[in-house]
Design a protein around this ligand. Structure first.
Ligand code: NAD
Ligand code: UD1
Length: 356
């Protein structure tokens, strides 16, 4: 019996594959490499010394998915595959609705057909919209601020309806806060396309000299230093949360939502300082206008995951920064040999093309 990992070549998926293999799970990995590289699959094998079957298929390809389920004895699915850039989702909403929602519909339909009803789904703290009370518990009001967030909210609702219709399903919806860092081998990590949107990869690319300086988006928020506060969580802790969720889905039916965060918030300037300490590198920055759609403060109440899954995030901010820096130093161009030649990109027609 195996666990299927969709989007397993991606940032969080690759780290989860490593932890599953280390825990002796049999895995099958699927990815269309729209936002990742085959090299990540090689590196997972290198880190773990374990082999597994990889399917280079698109989740929207129902026939290939069905064939894959026929060929394998799958007992559960961890579903990471999807598109995740907020700005891109505003420019290409249809691509986001189709990739995130239709692919999840297709996956669940095929799972149902093959009587595979254990699912762990990647949701996001973005479903809390503009939170007004902190820390954010699973009971906070929901609301999305952009198409990306709406896809996550809609999928959550869809999964709850699915369980209502058939109570054999066992579904864990995991709302991630801000994953950062990398495996301590420095062999796998976050490899964004183009200029990073997120803070940590931007900082590491400034530190390595690929970018000149960090733009800090606003210093007038109602926080101690005026910059935005987030709950940064080490990607390996996050990966381990998936193992706990998987154990739970195997034992019971139902649909449960869990925050995966540390419960502690850091400001942008605190992150810059922590990174400078961990790396010994200066990170020049300038203060610019706030980024539209950003919230001032966002950090989790992770108690439900502690009680319900027996999981807590253990790694501290210094380790997150050290590991992010090790990955960046060892792989200045991410998984690519030549950064500019083999980046996939999204077009108005909604598909990806290599070698722009
Ligand atoms: P990622 O882009 O690194 O990984 C996603 C993977 O899915 C990629 O390898 C991509 O090639 C693959 N993929 C996309 N569309 C596909 C399709 N149609 N068929 C097959 N494969 C496809 O992203 P990540 O950071 O690892 O995020 C994983 C999941 O977690 C996503 O669903 C994302 O929305 C969610 N999430 C991420 C964050 C974050 O900060 N990284 C925060 C909250 C939630
Ligand atoms: C962003 C997404 C969110 C997604 C999350 C994790 C937006 C509006 N939100 O959230 O939907 O779930 O990533 O992938 O894009 N910052 C800077 N300069 C930068 C980059 C970021 O100052 O160059 C600041 C931001 O204003 C924020 C903090 O750093 O205060 C973290 O930003 P980021 O890493 O983009 O994560 P989120 O804003 O939490």
């Amino acid at each position: 019996m195996a666990v299927l990992i969709t989007g397993g070549a991606g940032y969080i998926g690759s780290h989860t594959c490593v932890e599953l293999l280390n825990a002796n799970y049999e895995i099958i990995v699927l990815d269309n490499f729209s936002n990742s590289k085959p090299e990540a699959i090689k590196r997972i094998k290198e880190i773990t010394g374990r082999s597994f079957t990889f399917y280079p298929i698109d989740l929207l390809d129902e026939d290939s998915l069905d064939k894959m389920f026929r060929e394998n004895d799958i007992e559960a699915v961890i579903h990471f595959a999807g598109l995740k850039a907020v700005g891109e989702s505003i420019d290409f909403p249809l691509t986001y609705y189709s990739t995130n929602i239709i692919s999840t519909l297709t996956l669940c339909t095929i799972m149902q057909r093959h009587h595979v009803k254990n699912l762990v789904f990647s949701s996001s703290a973005t479903v809390y919209g503009t939170p007004e009370t902190f820390p954010i518990s699973e009971k906070n009001p929901l609301g999305a601020l952009n198409p990306y967030g709406r896809t996550k909210l809609m999928i959550e609702e869809m999964l709850k309806d699915l369980y209502q219709s058939d109570q054999d399903w066992s579904i864990s919806i995991l709302r991630y806060f801000n994953p950062v860092g990398a495996h301590d081998s420095g062999l796998i990590g976050e490899d964004p396309n183009g200029n990073p949107n997120n803070l940590m990869p931007y900082i590491t690319q400034v530190a390595i000299g690929k970018l000149n300086e960090l733009s800090v988006f606003g210093d007038q928020y109602p926080t101690a230093d005026g910059t935005g506060i987030r709950d940064y969580i080490h990607v390996v802790d996050l990966a381990l949360g998936h193992l706990k969720a998987l154990e739970k889905t195997a034992l019971s039916s139902g649909v449960e939502v869990y925050n995966l965060g540390t419960g502690k918030g850091y400001s942008v300037l605190e992150m810059v300082k922590a990174f400078e300490k961990a790396s010994g590198k200066q990170v020049p920055f300038k203060i610019v206008s706030p980024r539209p759609g950003d919230v001032a403060i966002c950090y989790a109440n992770p108690d439900k995951a502690k009680v319900g899954l027996g999981w807590i995030a253990k790694k501290q901010i210094d380790e997150m920064c050290e590991d992010a820096w090790r990955w960046q130093k060892k792989n200045p161009n991410g998984y690519s040999k030549n950064y500019n030649l083999d980046r996939p990109y999204l077009t108005g027609e909604g598909f990806f093309v290599g070698n722009k």
